[in-house]
Design a binder for this molecule. Structure first.
Ligand SMILES: Cc1cc2nc3c(=O)[nH]c(=O)nc-3n(C[C@H](O)[C@H](O)[C@H](O)COP(=O)(O)OP(=O)(O)OC[C@H]3O[C@@H](n4cnc5c(N)ncnc54)[C@H](O)[C@@H]3O)c2cc1C
Length: 522
């Protein structure tokens, strides 16, 4: 296996929608090295089912998309960022189509689905429920036509290199456990989500938030970390992963039923099953808590919908559930909420610049403020596209000479066998986060979680393997989420505290910003 080059013009860490879109933008200006820690197909992008939002249908307007985005964000969206998102959307989608993305159509016309908290049908989807996979396929194919781009799989980025206050490269660990450094004019973090800080998550195993943790360690500001979106409907079978059951199912008319088989959402919100995700997730938690049954369940019910249509519209969900002996057209589907999306991340401006010179971020790893306190469904693939392109353009415009690559010989560290101590501490952390820093929070439990996280810190202090680096990153992120959640003494969007159940606009209509040990609201 050839090692990664020691120098490149641009380094893009992450090969999901944000990283690949940025790479395409950068290719005209210099060499671009795109890194993925596993296969290119292993990312949150690959798993995105429901679709991508854009005001493109005849019945829609950009101003309505903006209004829905701001409403979902519960007062905390950065309005400029949200405006950029919805205004850039049509052009970015057109481009994707030109590059070969096959969105679903009826005849020649694009078809638009509906999801929670959208006032119009505006969700483009591909192969029914494989939208992310199709976008990734097309972007990757496009990147392969550009000779300046090289994509390297199984290259794990462990830490940023900072020289004279400027980020200029990264320490890598390859598949064999060999370390090396690669330097660059600029580094883009497009490392995706951090769902793995929780026991129950829809995110794949790669979603350990490495980019956010690396940036924080290097001294960058992170923002809005308390806002984690919990998806209400993940499949809940003891022996199976928490497979996502897309919101689009409820968009097509699926009901939620409690253990008594009653439809309960209408009593929680006028939009019923299409209420914002945080409302639905908390309603489910409440239904589970008040049930007199031991180990109760909540169900998603599609049995009243047209079976042939459902099979055609959701082929991936249908076949995955069938493999687990659930026929979604005939059976009730057991579900529970699961951690799904991080609204916060590395703080950036509208052009993807972080607070450390030389460092940029885009996609789920970034906090542009576009989602505020809660993300509108199907706005995140779009965010990756729009802000990936913008970050790429800025990095291109700000190109300078990369410092010389290091001639330091590679040092081998171990990558295996599976270290049971590391797995055990990750499991402890995930349980703790789920119980005390999850959907329903309170001051005493958040304080207890922070104390417990501080106690387990020494067990992750000196990582030697890729997995141990992930553990250290999960720990850093867990603490950031807990500290930010404790500091925000109100409830807003996806952040709910029983001891402060209302908004406090006077104090908290602001973003939380953490740098090192200090936390502020601005
Ligand atoms: C099940 C599921 C369904 C979803 N459905 C939708 C939907 O319908 N619509 C929507 O808009 N959004 C959806 N989302 C959210 C959306 O998929 C993500 O927010 C988006 O794809 C993130 O893209 P990204 O490019 O930022 O990161 P990702 O696609 O997650 O890519 C991250 C990349 O970073 C690499 N990486 C990470 N750490 C390192 C490291 N240390 N070193 C090297 N490489 C690294 C990974 O290998 C990967 O290539 C869904 C998410 C999930 C999990």
């Amino acid at each position: 296996m050839e090692s990664a080059p020691s120098q490149t013009d641009f380094l893009v860490i992450g090969a999901g929608v944000a990283g690949l879109r940025a790479a395409v933008e950068l290719a005209a200006a210099g060499t671009v090295l795109v890194l993925a820690k596993r296969e290119v197909t292993d990312s949150n992008t690959q798993w995105a089912q429901g679709g991508i939002a854009a005001a493109l249908s005849d019945e829609d307007e950009i101003s309505l998309h903006l209004q829905d985005t701001l409403e979902a964000g519960d007062g905390l969206c950065n309005p400029q960022a949200a405006k950029v998102l919805v205004e850039d959307a049509p052009e970015r989608i057109d481009e994707l189509i030109q590059w070969g993305t096959e969105f679903d159509r009826q005849g020649t016309k694009l078809t638009f689905g509906r999801e929670g908290a959208h006032s119009r049908n505006r969700i483009l989807h591909a192969h029914g429920d494989s939208t992310g996979r199709e976008i990734l396929r097309a972007l990757y194919a496009k990147s392969q036509t550009l000779k300046n781009i090289s994509v390297r799989e199984f290259e794990f980025s462990a830490n940023l290199i900072v020289q004279n206050g400027r980020v200029c490269g990264v320490h890598l660990i390859n598949e064999k456990g060999e370390q090396q450094q690669t330097t660059a004019s600029a580094v883009l973090l497009a490392t995706g989500g951090m769902g793995q800080i929780y026991r129950n998550t829809t995110n794949p195993a790669v979603a350990t938030g490495d980019g956010v943790a690396m940036a924080f360690r290097a001294g960058a500001e992170v923002s809005d970390m308390e806002f984690i979106q919990f998806h209400p409907t993940a499949l809940y079978l003891k022996s199976a992963p928490r497979f996502l059951l897309s919101e689009a199912l409820r968009g097509e008319g699926a009901y939620l039923r409690n253990i008594e088989l009653d439809r309960f959402m209408p009593k929680y919100h006028p939009m019923g099953e299409l209420a914002p995700r945080d409302v639905v997730a908390r309603a489910i938690v409440h239904e589970l808590e008040v049930s007199s049954v031991k180990d109760p369940l909540v169900y998603l019910d599609l049995t009243h919908l047209d079976a042939d249509y459902i099979k055609k519209r959701f082929p991936r969900i249908y076949s995955t559930c069938m493999q687990l002996n659930i026929d979604i057209t005939a059976d009730l589907i057991p579900i529970r909420p699961a951690a799904h999306y991080a609204m916060g991340g590395v703080r950036t401006d509208l052009e993807g610049r972080c607070t450390l010179p030389g460092l940029y971020a885009a996609g789920e790893a970034a906090a542009t403020g576009v989602h505020g306190a809660n993300r509108l469904a199907s706005n995140s693939l779009l965010e990756g596209l729009v802000f990936g392109a913008r970050a790429g353009k800025t990095m291109r415009d700000e190109l300078r000479h990369a410092p010389a690559g290091s001639s330091e010989p590679n040092r081998a560290v171990s990558n295996g066998p599976i270290d049971t101590a590391t797995e055990a501490v990750i499991g402890e952390l995930q349980d703790l986060m789920w119980q005390d820093v999850g959907i329903v929070r309170s001051g005493p439990r958040l304080k207890a979680a922070i104390e417990q996280l501080s106690r387990i810190a020494p067990r992750m202090a000196h990582p030697q393997t890729r997995r141990a680096h992930e553990a250290q990153n999960l720990h850093a992120l867990g603490l950031l989420v807990a500290r930010s959640a404790l500091a925000r003494e109100e409830s807003r969007g996806a952040h709910y505290r029983t001891d402060f159940p209302a908004h406090d606009d006077a104090k908290f209509l602001k973003h939380s910003i953490v740098k090192g040990d200090s936390i502020r609201f601005a």
